[in-house]
Design a protein around this ligand. Structure first.
Ligand code: UP5
Ligand code: MG
Length: 237
């Protein structure tokens, strides 16, 4: 219940931000351009693998801003934006929204955020998503987490969630899993080969799983760039 209320509050805040963006786009862009290099972590895993749950814990512990690509898209539906009905039709079928739409939403959220470390949850889902992100954003992520969960467990979690999502039903979860297998796992492989992906066993209690995240995060210095900029040790052009 609390999660649902918090998701509605997030939706309202995103809607407000979207409206602000429309009225001040020119200034928004320049004032949102960042001077501090950002730390971007992609969070991948199948439907119900626990991405959102673990992202909340990462936010609490490490102060990241959580951007769920699925939530950004669902907010477009709630705000009745120009792409809202197209997004709804695709999500209802478990299909992937065009890359340009999703990347622009992510870009806008980062530009309007005040943090220097972001979790991008549930994106990229296809090689085409990945390439579009790199083309538009111009840089790869710093780190990728992959929550590895057996399909039966993912199905069980999605069907038990009961948060009113249009795609949380038996028929569509099968389609989402198929899309994940065919289109998203190649992205996982790509980052694995690049050496920036960390695979996490997503079975167990939420706390057990988060312990694996802690171990991975313990070697990263997320705040180094910001601290150096603040103490004038790093000159940013
Ligand atoms: N739960 C969590 N951890 C648990 C644990 N350790 N043990 C037992 N239960 C656990 O968790 C799911 C449920 O499991 C919850 O009830 C939780 O309490 C419980 P959650 O953390 O919500 O899992 P998550 O991986 O976030 O599952 P989600 O369903 O959100 O993943 P999807 O990737 O399917 O959903 P998303 O919102 O990212 O995308 C939805 C749709 O949007 C896609 O199908 C697609 O149509 C579209 N989309 C795009 O087109 N492009 C994008 O880039 C992104 C989305
Ligand atoms: Mg999620």
């Amino acid at each position: 219940m609390l999660r649902r209320i918090s998701s509605h509050l997030n939706q309202a805040s995103y809607c407000l931000r979207a409206l602000e963006g429309f009225s001040t786009d020119a200034t928004t862009l320049s004032s949102f351009s960042k001077e501090v290099p950002q730390f971007i972590a992609f969070v991948l895993g199948g439907p119900g693998s626990g991405k959102g749950t673990q992202c909340s814990k990462i936010v609490e512990t490490y102060g990241f801003t959580h951007l769920s690509a699925g939530d950004l898209l669902r907010n477009e539906i709630s705000c009745s934006s120009k792409n809202g009905s197209m997004i709804l039709e695709l999500i209802k079928e478990g299909k992937i929204v065009p890359s340009e739409v999703t990347v622009k939403l992510i870009q806008k959220a980062i530009r309007s955020g005040e943090n220097h470390k972001y979790l991008i949850d549930g994106f990229p889902r296809t090689e085409e998503n990945r390439l579009a992100y790199e083309r538009i954003i111009g840089a790869p992520p710093n780190l990728v987490l992959f929550f590895d969960c057996p399909e039966e467990e993912m199905v069980k979690r999605v069907l038990n969630r009961n948060e009113g999502r249009v795609d949380d039903n038996e028929e569509i979860v099968k389609k989402r899993l198929q899309v994940f297998r065919e289109l998203s796992l190649p992205v996982v492989d790509y980052y694995l080969k690049k050496g920036i992906l960390h695979k996490i066993n997503a079975v167990g209690t939420e706390d057990d799983i988060f312990e694996q995240v802690r171990t991975i995060f313990s070697v990263y210095e997320f705040d180094r760039f910001r601290d150096q900029v603040e103490s004038n040790e790093l000159q940013v052009e």
